[in-house]
Design a protein around this ligand. Structure first.
Ligand code: AVJ
Length: 323
C-alpha cells in the first residue's frame, strides 16, 4: 500500500570527479586560489557539518528549526501546495517538520527530494516512502546549479531551499539560481527559502571559528578529498583555518592558509600547485542578508515575496514567494 518510488538520475558517480579535476586546475594552480564549497561534503565532510550544526556557536540550524516548528502548518496552508520539492535535501530532518504539517493538512500528494548523491538519495527516498505511505516519492539526482529545468511538473508545487545554502552562491550565481527556479515554476507555485541574516560580527565570527575546532576540521577535510580524488599529497596540518566576515560583500569567507611555502603534487592533473607562505585558498563564502535585499533579489527574478518569518532573535529567516 506504499506508493512506488521513482528516481530520475541526471548526474552519474564519475561526473563529480571530472568536475573536480576541471575546477582544481584553475582553482589550485592559478591565483587567487579558490574551490567551490560543494567539495567539502564527502562522507566525512557531511558528518563534520552535522557536528557543526550542534555546536553552541553555530546558530543557523537551530534558528531555522525554531521557525519551522512554529510555522510549518502556516507554510503548508499559505503555499497551498500538493507537491513539496526539496533542493539539497540532506538528511531531510527539517523536511519532516514540513512533511508532517503538509500531511496533517491533508494536502500532500508528492515529495520530490533533489540531491547530488544518488546512493544517499535512494536510501532516503525509500525510507520516506515507508514513513509517508500516502505520499508518492519522486527523487531527482541532480546538481541544483544545472538541473533545475528537470524538476517534475504538475500539481501545485513548493520548492524548498533551506539551511541557508543560498548563501554559498555569489551574487551572480544567486541571481542565476533565482531565475532558473522562477523559470521552472508555474503561476501559483512557490519558493520557500532559508537565509541567514546580518548580525553582530562577533557572533558571525564565532559561528564559523568555533572553539572546539570542528569547522577547522570541516574546512581542512577538503584537502583530504583532493588527496583521495586527485592523488594529491596535501599535508593537511600545513594549512590553518580562518573564516573572517567580509563587511563589503557581507559574507563569511572560509579560508585555508598555507603555513609555509609548499609545492603540492596533483597527479590526476599532471600539475603542481605552488603555495606561498600565508597564501589563501578560499573554500566557501556564506552570505548574510538584509530582509529588503532578499525581497529585491527575488522580485528581480519574478518571484513575489508573500511571507517572511524569523526566529525570536531575528537571526535567520524563512521567506515564501510566489511566481
Ligand atoms: C550548509 C552552507 C548553510 O554556510 O553556514 C557551516 C556551511 N560552513 N560552517 C553555512 C558551513 C561552515 C553552511 N551551509
Amino acid at each position: 500500500r506504499q506508493q512506488p518510488v521513482t528516481v530520475d538520475v541526471h548526474v552519474r558517480p564519475g561526473d563529480a570527479r571530472r568536475a573536480l579535476c576541471e575546477e582544481a586546475e584553475a582553482g589550485l594552480c592559478g591565483r587567487p586560489k579558490e574551490l567551490s564549497p560543494k567539495w567539502l561534503y564527502d562522507e566525512r565532510g557531511s558528518q563534520l557539518f552535522d557536528d557543526i550544526t550542534r555546536l553552541p556557536e553555530y546558530y543557523p540550524t537551530r534558528r531555522e528549526r525554531e521557525i519551522l516548528e512554529a510555522r510549518a502548518a502556516e507554510i503548508a496552508r499559505v503555499s497551498g501546495a500538493d507537491t513539496l520539492i526539496e533542493l539539497g535535501s540532506g538528511t531531510s530532518e527539517k523536511t519532516r517538520l514540513l512533511l508532517d504539517a503538509f500531511q496533517e493538512a491533508g494536502q500532500l500528494r508528492r515529495f520530490v527530494p533533489f540531491d547530488v548523491s544518488e546512493a544517499f538519495l535512494r536510501s532516503a527516498a525509500e525510507r520516506l516512502a515507508r514513513q509517508y505511505p500516502r505520499v508518492s516519492v519522486h527523487a531527482v539526482v541532480g546538481d541544483f546549479e544545472r538541473h533545475l529545468g528537470r524538476l517534475p511538473r504538475g500539481g501545485r508545487r513548493l520548492v524548498a531551499f533551506l539551511g541557508g545554502t543560498i548563501g554559498n552562491f555569489k551574487p551572480e550565481q544567486r541571481a542565476h539560481f533565482f531565475r532558473e527556479v522562477a523559470e521552472g515554476l508555474e503561476p501559483g507555485d512557490g519558493l520557500l527559502l532559508g537565509t541567514d541574516l546580518i548580525k553582530c560580527r562577533d557572533r558571525l565570527f564565532a559561528a564559523y571559528n568555533d572553539r572546539a575546532g570542528v569547522t577547522a576540521e570541516f574546512n581542512r577535510n577538503v584537502l583530504r578529498v583532493l588527496n583521495r580524488e586527485l592523488g594529491a599529497d596535501f599535508d593537511v596540518e600545513a594549512f590553518a583555518h580562518l573564516a573572517p566576515f567580509d563587511e563589503e560583500h557581507s559574507w563569511i569567507e572560509m579560508r585555508l592558509i598555507s603555513l609555509r611555502e609548499q609545492v603540492v603534487r596533483l597527479p590526476a592533473l599532471e600539475r603542481f600547485a605552488h603555495f606561498e607562505e600565508g597564501e589563501v585558498l578560499r573554500t566557501e563564502v556564506s552570505c548574510k542578508f538584509r530582509p529588503e535585499q532578499v525581497e529585491a533579489e527575488l522580485a528581480a527574478a519574478g518571484l513575489q515575496l508573500s511571507s517572511w518569518w524569523t526566529d525570536a532573535a531575528e537571526d535567520f529567516a524563512l521567506s515564501l514567494s510566489f511566481k
